[in-house]
Design a protein around this ligand. Structure first.
Ligand SMILES: [Zn+2]
Length: 374
């Protein structure tokens, strides 16, 4: 068999596996019909999947064309993928199965400090988290870790992080060691965007605006996050929207971050975004005033992103997921700015909120498991 036909066979296997992950179970003739593969091909592939423990024969389907066809069911818990999002004040843990379903995610209050004790405790907390789920580390396929800053191209260090006030790049070697599985690092906004990318029916091209305590983002083309020449693409919080305006945490003035940070909203409600939005609905005037101002800056930002990319804009991060019911209001603000007179709606909100980055980091590995299938 030539290299090419081996790869074609592997791609067909991935296709069938994805189909089963999505449907849960199916009979072979249906798989063959839906995927336009021959029945012998599907038979061979499902046989291999069963042999590998990735699927099993679930018993005969009751009434398939008068014959009792065997249903093949997928084993979504064959492996798990783990994610950790490290923020300035919290650590989020997430665990997903091979379908990308969130089994559990938990947030702990813990301030970041770059010390031996911190990294040691992080590892212990992660181990405890897995133990609570009764999952042995052998069943973890990989661990994705997201951080608020720029990850170096070789994935070996955190190059910049204003939030963590790094004076020089922080090497991961030594800090993250002794984990018994593969680890990958991501920028937090990029990780939030990945959670979005890997869901079914995700658009192929979009801009992800991450409205968390800091603002970030990512630009997706062909289902892939474009990284830019220096891995710095999508630093949307540092787009200047008010020349000489408010001071950004990066030290420059007028950037979007001090107008778009989720903290602007949650700080009024003792740090709780949920309380902010319930107070807003109850008519708290201070909240309303702050929110109006927040939406005006957001609309300007969305306009800038859309006019420069011609792509749909997905609002994510802590604030993003709460904005769904305010989309008509944001649209009305955008209408005043737009130069093209089309009715097409190009804004939507993310399905994830606070846990997005940890989930996205984990989903990277559930996706890798599928892509590396042989
Ligand atoms: Zn800035």
């Amino acid at each position: 068999m030539g290299l090419n036909s081996i790869e074609v066979k592997r791609q067909n296997k991935i296709l069938v596996y994805r189909y089963l992950l999505e449907k849960g179970k199916a009979v072979k003739p249906t798989i063959a019909g839906d995927l336009k593969l021959s029945l012998p091909t599907v038979r061979q592939i499902t046989g291999e999947l069963v042999e590998q423990g990735l699927a099993y024969e679930a018993g005969p389907q009751d009434s398939y064309g008068g014959r009792r066809a065997m249903e093949i069911a997928v084993v979504p818990d064959y492996r798990y993928a783990a994610g950790i999002d490290i923020t300035k004040n919290h650590i989020d843990f997430a665990l997903v199965n091979l379908r990308g379903e969130i089994l559990v995610n938990k947030r702990y209050k813990k301030g970041f400090e770059d010390s031996k004790a911190y990294w040691k405790e992080l590892k212990q907390m992660h181990e405890t988290f897995l133990k609570e789920q009764e999952i042995e580390s052998e069943r973890i396929y990989g661990l994705g870790i997201s951080l608020p800053g720029i990850i170096s191209k070789d994935q070996k260090s955190l190059e910049y992080s204003h939030i963590f006030q790094l004076k020089k790049p922080m090497d991961f070697a030594g800090r993250i060691s002794g984990y018994p599985y593969e680890i990958c690092f991501f920028n937090d906004a990029e990780a939030g965007c990945m959670a979005e990318c890997y869901t079914h029916q995700a658009p192929d091209e979009f801009v992800f605006l991450s409205l968390s305590n800091t603002v970030g983002g990512a630009i997706v083309h062909d289902g892939q996050i474009s990284k830019g020449k220096n891995n710095r693409s999508g630093e949307l919080g540092h787009i200047c929207i008010v020349p000489e305006g408010r001071l950004c945490y990066c030290g420059k003035k007028g950037h979007y971050d001090p107008y778009g940070s989720a903290l602007l909203l949650s700080e009024l409600a003792g740090g709780s975004m949920k309380d902010f939005f319930s107070g807003l609905k109850q008519g708290n005037e201070q909240y309303q005033e702050r929110f109006e101002e927040y939406l005006r800056a957001l609309a300007l930002m969305i306009y800038n992103l859309h006019i420069s990319t011609d792509l749909p804009v997905v609002l994510g991060g802590y604030a993003g997921s709460y904005l769904n019911e305010y989309l008509p209001k944001i649209r009305a603000l955008l209408k005043e700015k737009e130069i093209f007179d089309d009715e097409e709606c190009y804004i939507s909100t993310s399905r994830y909120n606070v846990e997005g980055a940890a989930v996205g980091s984990a989903r990277y590995f559930s996706e890798q498991f599928i892509l590396r299938l042989s």
